[in-house]
Design a protein around this ligand. Structure first.
Ligand code: ATP
Ligand code: MG
Length: 337
């Protein structure tokens, strides 16, 4: 019986399935469910026969209030945990424990359905919240990156040019003064490079202006210059993808590539983006030391969880292939709208 009720989402659905099963098995000629829905009581009649004796709503309400099964005019009426009443007509004499057993199964299914619905609602709420947070974070990062690049970057560039002009005017014989100005110039150049790198890490303007391929090439070039790893980037997409899809793919690739430089001790790595069968695939692969994904505790894989969350929010998914000594490949998939 409990298998027959699988998939019921409400107590009323569970009751209707229970009655249908008992009538279909030929145990009873007819079944009826009286249920207190939010918008008023509902009836569901299953099977035929014993019409003249059908219990009324008033009787069902009395049975529910009493909390005990009762027999009336050829019908057995069973209350179900404050939710409603099941009526079974035209059947054999059955014991109270049989009737209570049926009520219990219906009540347990109803409870399971309620928990499932509440979990689904919570999950949907969590997804909406996460999506809103990620969107706000992207906008904020974009704004800070633009401010850094356009304002602080411009000022530092002007300062650098000014210092160059001053350096040209200095007396070459005054070595001390020359040294001081050179140090100032070097510090300014390093600060400008830092500002550009931070802006790039936050949100590269090239992603919005030129798209995913250019942004990935830019990011891997930067990593190559800093860490010496050789990267291959192959992006085969027919046209610009939506900003949302490009952002998610870029962030997932960014996390996977950061993992390569932080953990893999790789010599080479590749990023491949292709479109096939209505979805876009991203594969980031390295020839490094690899690891056992199953051996990581949840707290040790926040970066990996973040990649998966971003992809799943847009209906996609993430697959990770790695083993100690065997490199690592991260496969991301997103459906295209
Ligand atoms: N390409 C890789 N090669 C080898 N090990 C990796 C690779 N990618 C991930 N790992 C292993 O998986 C672990 C979890 O990665 P994850 O990105 O979730 O966290 P993290 O990089 O340690 O920290 P963060 O939260 O800052 O990303 C890493 O600590 C590392 O041990
Ligand atoms: Mg990481």
């Amino acid at each position: 019986m409990s298998r027959a009720l699988d998939g019921a989402r409400t107590g009323f659905e569970a009751a209707a399935l229970a009655l249908r099963t008992l009538v279909a098995e030929g145990r009873f000629a007819a079944g009826e469910a009286w249920w207190a829905a939010e918008d008023g009581p509902r009836w569901r009649t299953i099977g035929a026969g014993a019409d003249g004796d059908r219990p009324t709503a008033t009787i069902a309400e009395a049975v529910m209030a009493s909390g005990r099964p009762c027999r009336r005019g050829g019908w057995c009426l069973i209350p179900v945990a404050g939710e409603g009443v099941l009526g079974l007509g035209g059947g054999p004499q059955v014991s109270d424990s049989f009737l209570l057993g049926v009520a219990e199964v219906v009540a347990a299914t109803a409870q399971g359905g309620r928990l499932r619905r509440s979990l689904e609602e919570k999950e949907a709420q969590r997804s909406r919240l996460l999506q809103a947070l990620l969107t706000a974070q992207e906008e904020e990062r974009g704004r800070i990156a633009r401010d850094l690049h356009d304002q602080i970057g411009q000022s530092l560039t002007a300062l650098l040019l000014g210092l160059d002009r001053q350096l040209e005017r200095l007396d070459p014989a005054d070595a001390d003064l020359h040294g001081d100005w050179r140090r100032l110039r070097r510090l300014t150049a390093v600060t400008l490079a830092d500002v550009r790198r931070i802006a790039l890490d936050l949100r590269p303007s090239v992603l919005d202006e030129l798209g995913l391929a250019a942004a990935l090439r830019r990011f891997t070039r930067e990593l190559h210059e800093r860490y010496g790893i050789t990267f291959t980037v192959l992006v085969e997409v027919p046209e610009r993808l939506s900003q949302q899809v490009e952002t998610v793919l870029y962030r997932v690739a960014q996390e996977a590539l950061t993992n390569v430089v932080r953990h893999a001790r790789a010599g080479e790595a590749s990023v491949v983006v292709t479109v096939a069968g209505g979805s876009v695939q991203l594969v980031v692969e390295d020839d490094g030391v690899g690891f056992d994904p199953a051996a990581l505790a949840p707290a040790e894989r926040i970066g990996l969880i973040g990649m998966r969350e971003r992809l799943e929010l847009l209906g996609g998914g993430l697959r990770l292939e790695s083993a100690p000594g065997d490199g690592c490949s991260v496969h991301g998939r997103l459906p295209l709208p």
